[in-house]
Design a protein around this ligand. Structure first.
Ligand code: ADP
Length: 488
């Protein structure tokens, strides 16, 4: 399956103003299959000159084109059509995603289906975004208009390429904006296929532009571009900080940042242990831990700690690792050599700092980037493995006695993206859900939010929210119009 899938690669050029074009520099870069380290295709490498052309096209489409001027219901109808076209190509997209990213094929299918749902959810808002009529302290009346913000620059990472692409495109386009998306250098292929499907759906030229390329060149060109009106970014906290700096230095464009996490998963004395063990396995090992909300710190009450460890180690050691196209496989490869090395170096640091390696810890094979699901016990919050984002299948287990203690520990990180609380006691659940500083808290469950639920981080996990009504607001300007109620 893996090698046949190469035939699926139809688009490898930049998508600007409705056309697939070579980079101005003529440069290309290789894109790989993480499951066997083989090159899949050469892709056009966009940089500042190409970003400039894409921004011009998006600017023209925004300033003079039909998209922001369409009746809102008509924009919604075109986005629904886009969702239908994507759904018709679901298998093709999912196969391409797995080929380029290493995501399990069933996960790819589920995520693309979720992306379609998200696009439809956003499309439904197109004709329901209204301003308000307000009282003033004079004889004038005031109404507010919600207007699109303009040209949006989106910078997306490699971990959920199609989903994050469509989430940002759907929100921006619903509100009447135009967009330039820089897809991740590791995973450019599904974004380019989606660009071609957008034409089939009738999205006009210039409204959606896609630039494959590297961060410090193409990505940085977007964040500092004077004619980009807003930047939305998903990726590391380190790069998020750079993007915010260059947005501020250039034209003070507003930013939405979805960044890293070190999410705590708290299992109380009275929790359903079977469920907690099973859910926590997926919460950390799903997609090989390459998930911003990966629950990488599990806090277990001391009374059930040893039993939790015993069962978790058994399950982790039984996980099936292998080709992401094969059914029954639970863990595929990490994205590339760099990430593999990074994860292995965190494992080494855990051993050095005195944590107990209970299972896993090693690379598997030499082709592809596979790592054993790994669990550390005897972890202290001060260790690197418990305080830094690893973005791999590495779980740190910590013990606690009291709720006050676990709140303190759970909150003692710079991150605040997600958390889980497992307990049957409503007072415990209320106390923990309200005390934990994170954008989402799952009770007796993890993930599976759906497009209506706002998502984003506290602290250094980000700025702003995506999804839901709240996720659309950053793509709109709010204009207040004041006028006398009677002629004087
Ligand atoms: P990850 O660790 O998930 O790769 P990164 O934050 O490094 O996350 O990358 C996420 C996205 O940000 C990618 O598209 C990458 O090319 C881009 N990027 C990296 N560096 C910069 C930069 N200096 N300016 C803008 N974008 C960047």
């Amino acid at each position: 399956m893996g090698s046949d899938a190469k035939d699926l690669v139809k688009h490898t050029k930049l998508f600007i103003d409705g056309r697939f074009v070579d980079a101005v520099s003529g440069k290309t870069f290789s894109t790989f299959n993480p499951s066997n380290s083989e090159c899949i295709a050469q892709v056009a490498e966009g940089d500042a000159a190409d970003v400039d052309l894409a921004v011009r096209a998006a600017r023209e489409a925004f300033d003079h084109g039909p998209w922001p001027r369409l009746a809102a219901a008509e924009r919604g109808r075109i986005l629904y059509k886009f969702a239908d076209v994507i759904e018709e190509h679901l298998d093709e997209l999912a196969t391409l995603e797995t080929l380029n990213n290493g995501m399990l094929i069933d996960l790819s299918k589920g995520i693309i289906a979720g992306s379609v749902a998200s696009l439809r959810y956003n499309a439904g808002w197109a004709d329901k975004l209204n301003g308000k009529t307000l009282r003033t302290d004079s004889t004038r009346m005031c109404y507010t208009l919600l207007e699109p913000i303009g040209v949006v620059g989106a910078i997306v990472p490699w971990n959920f390429p199609a989903y994050l692409f469509l989430n940002k495109v759907g929100s921006a386009l619903t509100c009447g904006n135009t967009i330039v998306v820089k897809v991740a250098e590791q995973t450019p292929l599904t974004g380019l296929l989606l660009a071609s499907l957008s034409q089939e759906a009738g999205i006009p030229p210039g409204v959606l532009n896609v630039i494959p390329g590297y961060g410090p060149t193409a990505g940085a060109a977007i964040s500092k571009h004077m004619r980009v009106d807003k930047v939305t970014f998903t990726g590391s906290t380190e790069v998020g900080r750079m993007i915010m700096e260059s947005a501020a230095r250039s034209n003070l464009k507003p930013v939405t940042l979805e960044l890293g996490g070190k999410s705590p998963f708290i299992i109380c004395e009275d929790a359903d242990l079977d469920s907690a063990v099973a859910v926590s396995q997926d919460a950390i090992f799903m997609h090989q831990g390459q998930v911003c909300v990966a629950a990488s710190r599990v806090f277990v009450h001391e009374s059930i700690h040893d039993e939790f460890i015993k069962r978790s180690v058994k399950l982790a050691s039984e996980r099936v690792i292998g080709d992401p196209f094969q059914s029954g496989v639970q863990n595929g490869p990490q994205i590339n050599q760099e990430q593999l090395d990074r994860v292995l170096s965190y494992i080494e640091s855990g051993k050095k700092e005195g944590a107990s390696l209970l299972v896993g810890g090693k690379r598997i094979g030499e082709k592809g980037f596979y790592i054993q699901p790994t669990i550390f016990g005897d972890v202290k919050q001060s260790m690197k493995i418990a305080s830094e984002e690893i973005f791999g299948p590495v779980l740190s287990v910590l013990k606690f006695k009291t709720l006050d203690e676990v709140v303190e520990l759970a909150n003692s990180t710079h991150y605040g993206l997600a958390a889980a609380v497992f307990s049957k006691n409503i007072d415990t659940v209320n106390l923990l859900t309200r005390s934990i500083k994170s954008g989402v808290v799952y009770v007796n469950s993890y993930l599976g939010d759906g497009p209506a639920v706002p998502f984003g981080g506290y602290k250094m996990s980000g700025i702003g929210r995506e999804n839901g009504y709240e996720g659309l607001l950053p793509y709109l300007q709010h204009k207040s119009i004041l006028m006398p109620m009677e002629n004087s």
